[in-house]
Design a protein around this ligand. Structure first.
Ligand code: AMP
Length: 288
């Protein structure tokens, strides 16, 4: 039987419930609409800490005008059921005014990396992400926070913020989870029609093609991945690149591994995906 999970809507409720948590605390920040990718983060949290806190907040600061802030899915009952199943101690679900009682005077800047890749298409997105993550760290005071490798640039930036601002929290990365057909799980997959979902499978195929072309070096990997995307009807490529997973800089000539990252629009839905690739050898890991 599904347990009932404790929910905090306000800062006061959060503070009271946080004070009662035992042992180390792992925070899993989310925007809700939880799927198996999120579940794997909750399970990782349970492995590394005594108590799991999940936050569910669709953060207006990281959405540009015209993006999907208002239509973002909010299936709260199902989210609470999954949280309970995974032994979550506390779910923090603040309202917008609870999270932002005033327009923030100070925001975190994601710096130059915040303007590249995802940030090039979504100006200010990562400033909004880092600002809300910093606020959540201040409110929840977790020992550990879990982030998915699905959002690899976000992970790199959160790690950068924690290091640069000396924040007392350990960041744990959790593997990217895919559907059986290879599509990376995302709350935004709900927006895809049946046809679009078929087209979207090109992203995973492109990663596999890129990983399989590792003998051709970075240029060969990018060309192979890009070709799969460009040939797929209904897919509009945004970027394909091989980067250092920590810095998102181009990898140097002596690097043997990199992260193949890509983004594409399928219909009106923007999707991202990535995989670790070996560079300049005939071996490559490909998708799990
Ligand atoms: P979101 O609710 O989209 O903000 O995501 C919350 C967290 O779940 C982030 O750390 C994401 O990277 C992670 N996440 C989302 N989708 C996946 C996935 N398919 N595999 C692993 N982690 C994921």
């Amino acid at each position: 039987m599904t347990q009932v999970v404790r929910v905090a809507h306000t800062r006061a409720e959060l503070a009271a419930a946080r004070a009662r948590l035992r042992g180390s605390v792992a925070l899993v920040p989310t925007m809700g609409a939880l799927h198996e990718g999120h579940r794997s983060l909750l399970q990782r949290a349970g492995e590394v800490a005594d108590s799991i806190v999940v936050s569910i907040f669709v953060n207006p600061l990281q959405f540009a005008p015209g993006e999907d802030l208002d239509r973002y899915p909010r299936p709260l009952e199902a989210d609470l059921a999954m949280s309970a199943d995974e032994g979550v101690a506390l779910v923090f679900i603040p309202s917008r005014p609870e999270m932002y009682p005033r327009e923030p005077v100070v925001r975190i800047s994601a710096g130059a990396l915040g303007d590249r890749f995802e940030g090039a298409t979504r100006p200010g997105h990562f400033d909004g992400v880092l600002t809300v993550v910093a606020k959540l760290f201040g409110l929840v005071r977790p020992d550990i926070a879990i982030f998915g490798r699905k959002d690899a640039q976000q992970l790199a930036l959160v790690r950068g913020m924690v290091a640069d601002l000396e924040l007392p929290v350990r960041i744990e990365a959790s593997p990217l989870i895919r559907d059986a057909d290879g599509l990376a799980l995302s709350s935004r997959n709900k927006y895809l029609s049946a046809d679009e979902r078929q087209s979207a499978l090109a992203l995973a195929r492109a990663l596999n093609a890129g990983a399989g072309a590792s003998g051709g070096g970075v240029d060969g990997i990018i060309a192979a991945a890009r070709q799969v995307l460009d040939e797929q009807h209904g897919v509009e490529t945004d970027y394909v690149a091989v980067v250092d997973p920590d810095t998102f800089d181009e990898i140097g000539p002596s690097s043997t591994v990199g992260l193949l990252v890509l983004a594409a629009r399928v219909g009106t839905t923007r999707l991202i995906d990535n995989v670790c690739v070996e560079v300049g050898s005939t071996f490559s890991e490909g998708l799990r």
